[in-house]
Design a protein around this ligand. Structure first.
Ligand code: ZN
Length: 511
């Protein structure tokens, strides 16, 4: 553009640096700019195309870690007068800029301690047939200081007023992984000052008792648990007669996990509709979901019922063994006695003969009933517990007629884990927390949890699943062993943390 062609409008407003009028021919190419005397063309003096774009905007800056807030919740490190900072500023204007075209953007010098960032923007807009107005104007960003959540957390760590201690006495963290996803989805982790992972649970620290109480309320309606509250007097101000307490909420989640085999008390089994005493926990949500592998009957046990009639997992997932299906007979039309409860319509009852893959040389086979009839075929691998050869010490199991205790209880079909990991094109968010050393088994347990989600639609409907764009999908028919997968429709777009440097904001700039 030729400098001579610029027609200054005169100071229509303080923030306007210059305005020029460009004319276009009918094929859309610019002809020479309008050679008007400064301030004479009415369009130049009467039209402000930056109308609606705020000229003073605030940005938030954390002094502790020197980061800027990219709304809604990301804090970004941006150097003074950097491209990143410009993108962050422009993002603030994005909503008001949709009727004009941004041609150029840059910084105007400001004194570094002024707490002001000045930007000079050049925009264009068609004002009449073929006539385009180009305007250069200044937007000032006022830097307000605000402590970011991370710094807040560090600062407040020692000033917590309430702690929620969540515990579960099990050997598997499945329920915790599930709980983590629920908390993330409902953004309940955000009010905590600090979250600490310890061996058998999580501690959530809060600056107020109300926040902690909210967490307790949430837990009580999402997982079967019971709670206890205690408080400790920290200080007493005699002048104002105020008492300063630290409160502790202890939450105990039922010690039963998905894929546990449990033995119910005779009383509880009967009250659930003549349920088998030995049954399998297929899911833990706000209740414990049980299935009877002998009859396909299902039942839910809530927290209150559980604590009145407690039962335990008979074996840990580590004791799961691999079996080969030698023969299978689906049982149709099984008659249930009177007073029996609901039967699952998602499972199929079958009689199977299985052999342990670790005992293939012996020819020893086991017979059992299973609820996996819809999944199993001869030659399939399946995971289960061997009760015929193990010593389980359980109050109710010990009193049972040994003939009613199954030799083997099958839990789930076994698929090639390496292949599943390779093919998994989704991921979960993770809750930031302090860890007191990792258990060596954590990674395997987490994989178990991811597989559970793939296998159980009901479980994953409560949590957010994200596309993993870093995974290149491997698609081949020979590779498909029928392992359950999650459809793309169920996945959310990946959250983008670096929007400002690579996203829409950057598109608005010209170099
Ligand atoms: Zn900070």
């Amino acid at each position: 553009m030729n400098d001579d062609a610029i027609a200054l409008s005169g100071p229509l407003y303080d923030f306007v640096v210059s305005t020029i009028l460009l004319l276009t021919t009918h094929n859309g190419v610019y002809s020479s700019p309008c050679h008007q005397q400064p301030g004479t063309h009415p369009l130049l003096t009467q039209v402000d195309i930056s109308e609606g774009i705020p000229k003073q905007v605030s940005v938030h800056f954390c002094k502790q870690c020197e980061r800027y807030l990219q709304p809604p919740g990301t804090w970004m490190q941006c150097a003074f007068e950097s491209r990143e900072l410009l993108a962050l500023c422009l993002k603030k204007l994005k909503g008001s800029m949709n009727k004009v075209r941004l041609i150029d953007a840059g910084f105007l010098w400001t004194e570094p301690h002024s707490k002001r960032i000045k930007t000079k923007l050049t925009i264009q807009k068609e004002v009449m047939n073929g006539a385009i107005l180009q305007q250069v104007f200044v937007v000032e960003f006022v830097v307000l200081s605000q402590m970011c959540d991370d710094c807040h957390r560090v600062e407040a760590k020692d000033f917590w007023k309430a702690v929620v201690q969540v515990r579960q006495k099990t050997q598997h963290k499945k329920t915790f992984y599930y709980l983590e996803q629920l908390l993330l989805k409902h953004k309940l982790h955000q009010t905590a000052l600090n979250i600490k992972e310890i061996h058998d649970g999580l501690d959530f620290y809060y600056s107020s008792k109300q926040h902690a109480q909210k967490m307790v309320d949430f837990l009580q309606c999402t997982v079967p648990c019971r709670s206890k509250t205690s408080q400790r007097l920290i200080s007493h101000d005699i002048h104002s007669n105020t008492f300063n307490y630290k409160s502790t909420f202890s939450i105990e989640i039922v010690p039963v996990c998905k894929d546990n085999v449990v033995c119910l008390s005779p009383r509880l089994a009967q009250s659930l509709g003549n349920f088998g005493q030995v049954c399998v926990c297929v899911r833990v949500t706000s209740t414990i979901h049980l299935i009877d592998p002998n009859t396909l009957q299902i039942a839910e046990v809530d927290g209150n019922t559980y604590w009145r009639n407690p039962f335990n997992g008979l074996c840990s997932p580590r004791q799961l063994e691999e079996f080969l299906v030698m023969d299978i007979d689906v049982i149709r039309d099984q008659k249930l006695g009177s007073g029996a409860g609901v039967r699952s319509n998602k499972h199929v009852l079958a009689e199977v003969w299985v052999q342990k893959t670790s005992e293939m040389d012996t020819g020893q086979q086991y017979h059992c009933r299973t609820f996996l009839g819809h999944l199993l075929n001869i030659g399939d691998l399946v995971l289960g517990y061997d009760f015929a050869n193990s010593n389980v010490n359980d109050e109710y199991l010990n009193k049972m007629n040994p003939h009613h205790v199954p030799d083997v209880v099958l839990i789930k079909k076994s698929y090639d884990r390496t292949r599943r990991v390779k093919r998994r094109n989704w991921k979960l968010q993770e809750m930031a927390r302090d860890k007191e050393g990792m258990d060596t088994d954590d990674e395997r347990q987490y994989q178990d949890f991811l597989e559970d989600l793939e296998e159980d639609e009901a479980l994953r409907k409560n949590i957010n699943i994200y596309k993993d764009t870093s995974k290149i999908p491997v698609e081949s028919d020979t590779d498909d062993d029928g392992a359950p997968r999650i459809s793309l429709a169920e996945m959310l777009e990946e959250m983008s943390l670096n929007d400002a440097t690579g996203g829409d904001g950057a598109d608005m700039m010209t170099d």
